[in-house]
Design a protein around this ligand. Structure first.
Ligand code: ARG
Ligand code: ZN
Ligand code: CA
Length: 315
């Protein structure tokens, strides 16, 4: 408790004086040697009287830090360095730099609301559609031939022996392009996992929006979806019937949606809301997904603040 009070007070000491109307009668016994602002003294007296105030103030500070980050995100100051690791057995699997760059372009569009289909978001959701404000910078491409015909979700592609080990995963988003078996388009590691396996994996035929991509997963949205997971977003249906994605401004979905659902698609869950099928965290075709919500943005942004699970990516 003492530590909490001290940290809240340290925060207060950074404040400039804004309360000239402080009631000095409460301060009659405090040793105020200077003229002017008494806010700090007033606060100290209030804290002495109410131990819960420090906790409340810490919560306010945590919120403020998050809100400040959000502003910086809107200003486009967060840049995530990206290394793309390409594993190939065939020449076609050795995707071109143009195909790789097209994926970086899609991520930059989708996370900055500059995707051409952003204006297709229905009016019902226009109040919660979000410009996440995170950009991605291609730093390097690492290529390696493999004898493996395909990979699974056991992370073999991330090992030096069977694939390519990640480049400094605490400061770089590692992406792998390889042939994934079993019809898997991609997968991500959520925040909190081992560094050695951190990053996102995409099938080479769902990587980017040119070259060897294959419809209906030919617009680079698999990576948008996977990077959403990498930034702690859950599937919009909460991976359960009428489950929760832990985001309050996304409607409850009955289950995953596929293809390109006709709008409006109603949920059968409590309240029968119109589902946000065009959210990147649903399972529709690439052309059917074109928005993140404000709540999803907040969840992603909170990772990068001091103490956040991906704070090492810096702000
Ligand atoms: N099935 C994959 C996953 O759950 C990705 C689905 C992405 N959908 C798409 N239209 N590209 O992570
Ligand atoms: Zn997913
Ligand atoms: Ca929700």
């Amino acid at each position: 408790m003492k530590k909490v009070i001290l940290s809240a007070m340290a925060v207060m000491l950074l404040f400039s004086c804004q309360n000239d109307q402080a009631d000095s009668t409460d301060l009659a016994t405090s040793a105020v040697a200077h003229r002017g602002c008494a806010s700090t003294e007033v606060l100290a007296a209030q804290m002495a009287a109410d131990p819960t105030l420090a906790i409340k103030m810490n919560q306010i500070e945590a919120f403020t830090q998050k809100a400040m980050l959000t502003n910086r995100l809107v200003n486009g100051k967060v840049q995530i360095p990206v290394v793309v690791n390409v594993l190939y057995k065939t020449a076609a699997e050795n995707i071109s730099l143009a195909q790789i760059q097209s994926q970086i372009d899609v991520l930059n569009e989708d996370f900055n609301a500059t995707n051409s289909d952003y204006n297709s978001v229905p009016a019902l959701f226009s109040g919660v559609k979000a410009n996440v404000g995170i950009s991605f910078v291609l730093q390097a491409v690492v290529r390696k031939a493999t004898t493996l015909t395909s990979y699974s979700t056991n992370n073999a592609m991330k090992t030096a022996s069977q694939g390519i080990a990640p480049t400094t995963p605490t400061t770089v988003l590692n992406m792998w392009s390889c042939n994934l078996g079993g019809g898997i388009l991609g997968y991500a590691q959520f925040p909190g996992g081992a560094s050695a396996t951190d990053g996102v994996v995409m099938d080479n035929n769902a990587f980017g929006r040119t070259g060897t991509v294959s419809a209906p997963y030919n617009l680079g949205r698999t990576a948008t979806h996977e990077v959403g997971h990498w930034m702690n977003l859950r599937h919009i249906w909460g991976d359960a019937t009428c489950g929760s994605d832990l985001v309050s401004d996304t409607p409850t979905h009955n289950t995953a949606n596929y293809g390109v659902p006709a709008y409006p698609h109603y949920s059968t869950c409590s309240g029968t809301p119109v589902e946000m099928t065009m959210n990147y965290m649903d399972y529709t075709d690439d052309r059917g997904m074109y928005m993140f919500s404000t709540g999803q943005k907040s969840k992603m942004a909170s990772l990068f603040v001091s103490g956040g699970a991906r704070a090492s990516f810096g702000i």
